[in-house]
Design a binder for this molecule. Structure first.
Ligand code: CUK
Ligand code: CUA
Ligand code: CA
Length: 640
């Protein structure tokens, strides 16, 4: 069908359609027309791109040696990783392994990373697959404070924390009682204590409902199928509490005042198949009153399920009908909403309709009014419900009152004005809320703008994560890259300035000013309890058939340069990189023993393995470090 579409689009009849689609057309034909400019655009030559690079938002084409002005933190989808991009160039700078093994770093091979990932009784990894969708960073005073980022694993309902000083994962927690943990969002301040103006909780929405407890008893009892909303402590990473709800969670957002968290619900029907999940005309956006939930936990009004000790409070509709005591409120939202996003002025949450062409604007002050008994019906908190186009998913903000929503089916970004949408909804049909449309390539899922989810939204750059890229890049067989497109949003019109392929398949991401981070390039030896601080400590110690080999690296040699063990030994190698020079990383591999990991400057890592076959094995440095890198090797001698 795509060939036909391109042929169709390249005809002169549609040449004038750039910028078309200012009215919301919902016919199938509209989709074809809408994609015209992007699909028909010739690939820009690199030079041409450079010449056009100084847009209103700033330069996006960087010359060699020029640094990006923004960091982007990206999810990697079912690659299971966490990625770091420089923006606006779109260059991928790093992948931080967390949930799944990584051969470069030795993540999942070193004892330290295995302890973070979690092991089975036999010492092997509990999980080696993950599906990361959403990453968000810790806040202070409504902006990122550079401490942590968190990311979800939808497959195994795990949350990982990334330390942003070293860009490493330091903790992973598995949520009890849930499946399909999808949306994640840190709080921005405490709902009760005004002195806590920074993140102390991370909220997690579970998408799949399961029998509760899920022990094989009630697989056919629909009444028993439930989903929970979870709160994780930002520091300890322990699960503080959970809320039993009607329907399911999907994505999560938090208010700037710390009082509310929200999750969109697409399966209020409790369907097991898609027909059932889309049978109702409206679903919900659920609002959690954090202070009340925590008071209920304190008061002992909770239960627990199965082996889990985590307190679970009751947030179901039946017990939460009275606003005076409600822990949660359910706002009605059209058909199978997808994203929920908080506007940077702190006033609104926006739910996109997905199967409805609308976005719903919910005023937070009014939701709080409902909890305070000042609003008869929580649906009165809806201040706009406007048509945007087909398949609205996620929304970003420019800090100037405009929202940018991905239209998955239309393959478009739509820029719309929130105040105008509210006016339109209240009866002023002359209010033009759609400001601009931009065709993207193709089927955009997530979008985000620079600083979009902070009080410092700066309205410069918008990234669009397009799920399909066919005909955009050189073909490489059946698996296509995805297209990340960068858009200058500093003017009235959105301007597509560049795109780049990414390995499948990123979902959500955040973009923030580089000044907000201050990463370190050299570790402190004290970070590592096992550090071999002096080459004099290096060497072999034996305890029965358990052998510990302490090794240091200092370019271009390991110390010791050889060691001897016996067949049948369990060998633990502890390696400290004593080089202090930035960028001087060493690797350590042993042939035939499945060992490879790196040690960054002043880092320590250890591995444990069995030696079963006598012989000589050359351990060597895998990370090019020195003119004598190839010579940086030594002998492990295994005696019979
Ligand atoms: S979900 Cu993937 S495009 Cu996981 Cu944020 Cu919407
Ligand atoms: Cu050390 Cu290469
Ligand atoms: Ca539904």
């Amino acid at each position: 069908p795509d060939q036909g579409r391109r042929k169709f689009l390249n005809t002169a009849a549609f040449a004038g359609l750039a910028g078309a689609g200012l009215s919301v057309g919902l016919s199938a034909c509209k989709q074809e027309q809408a994609a015209a400019p992007a699909a028909a655009a010739p690939a820009a030559a690199p030079r041409a791109a450079a010449a056009a690079s100084a847009g209103a938002a700033g330069k996006y084409h960087l010359e060699p040696g020029e640094l990006d002005t923004y960091y982007g933190l990206w999810s990697g989808g079912h690659t299971g990783d966490f990625r770091v991009l420089g923006l606006p160039s779109g260059r991928e700078l790093h992948r931080v392994p967390c949930f799944v093994p990584d051969a470069l770093v030795g993540w999942g091979h070193t004892n330290e990373s295995k302890a973070i990932m979690g092991t089975k009784p036999d010492g092997s990894l509990r999980y080696t697959v993950a599906d990361t969708h959403h990453t968000h960073a810790s806040y202070k005073d409504g902006n990122y404070d550079g401490r942590y980022a968190w990311i979800n694993d939808k497959i195994n309902s795990r949350i990982a924390r990334i330390r942003l000083d070293y860009f490493i994962c330091d903790k992973i927690t598995q949520l009890p009682n849930v499946q399909g943990f999808h949306g994640i969002f840190p709080d921005k301040r405490d709902p009760v204590d005004p002195a806590i103006n920074y993140t102390t909780r991370v909220f997690c929405g579970a998408e799949f409902h399961t029998p509760l407890p899920n022990d094989g008893r009630d697989t056919e009892n629909t009444e028993k199928y439930r989903a929970l909303f979870s709160c994780v402590d930002a520091e300890t990473m322990e699960v503080r509490w959970q809320v039993l709800i009607d329907g399911n969670c999907d994505l999560v957002a938090t208010s700037y005042d710390g009082k509310l968290a929200a999750s969109n619900q697409y399966n209020t029907e409790g369907g097991h198949h898609y027909e059932g999940m889309m049978s109702a005309e409206r679903d919900s956006c659920i609002f959690f009153n954090i202070a009340r939930i925590e008071q209920a936990v304190k008061d002992g009004k909770f239960t627990t399920y199965g082996d889990s000790k985590v307190p679970v409070v009751d947030g179901t509709k039946a017990t939460n009908a009275d606003p005076a005591t409600a822990l949660v409120g359910y706002v009605s939202v059209p058909k199978n909403p997808h994203g929920v996003n908080a506007s940077p002025d702190g006033k609104y949450f926006i739910c996109a309709g997905k199967l409805s062409p609308t976005a719903t604007v919910i005023e937070l002050a009014k939701v709080l009014d409902w909890f305070d008994g000042k609003l008869a019906d929580i649906d009165q908190a809806i201040v706009a419900e406007v048509e945007l186009g087909l398949g609205p998913l996620h929304t970003a903000f420019d800090g100037r009152g405009n929202a940018y929503t991905t239209l998955f089916l239309d393959s478009q970004m739509v820029k719309w004005n929130i105040d105008a949408a509210i006016k339109f909804h209240s009866g002023d049909t002359s209010a033009q809320y759609v400001v601009d449309r931009l065709d993207v390539h193709y089927q955009p899922g997530h979008t985000n703008a620079s600083q979009s989810e902070t009080v410092a939204a700066d309205g410069k750059w918008l990234m669009v994560g397009c799920k399909f890229s066919k005909d955009r890049f050189l073909p490489v067989g059946p698996l296509h890259a995805e297209t990340e497109q960068i858009v200058d949003i500093s003017g009235d019109k959105m301007k597509l300035v560049a795109d780049h392929p990414v390995r499948p398949e990123p979902h959500d991401f955040i973009i923030f000013k580089r000044e907000l981070l201050n990463p370190k390039q050299v570790y402190s030896l004290d970070e590592f309890p096992l550090a071999v601080k002096d080459p004099k400590e290096a060497g072999v110690t034996r305890n029965g058939n358990k052998v510990t080999v302490k090794i240091t690296s200092l370019a271009p040699a390991f110390d010791p340069r050889e060691f001897t063990v016996k067949r049948g030994d369990e060998v633990t190698i502890i390696l400290t990189n004593l080089d202090k020079i930035e960028d001087l990383t060493h690797g350590f591999a042993i042939p035939n023993h499945n060992i490879n990991f790196i040690v960054n400057p002043q880092e320590t890592a250890s591995v444990t393995f069995k030696v079963d076959k006598p012989g000589v094995y050359w351990y060597y440095c895998t990370h090019f470090c020195h003119a004598l890198h190839l010579e940086m090797r030594g002998r492990m001698i295994v005696e019979a």
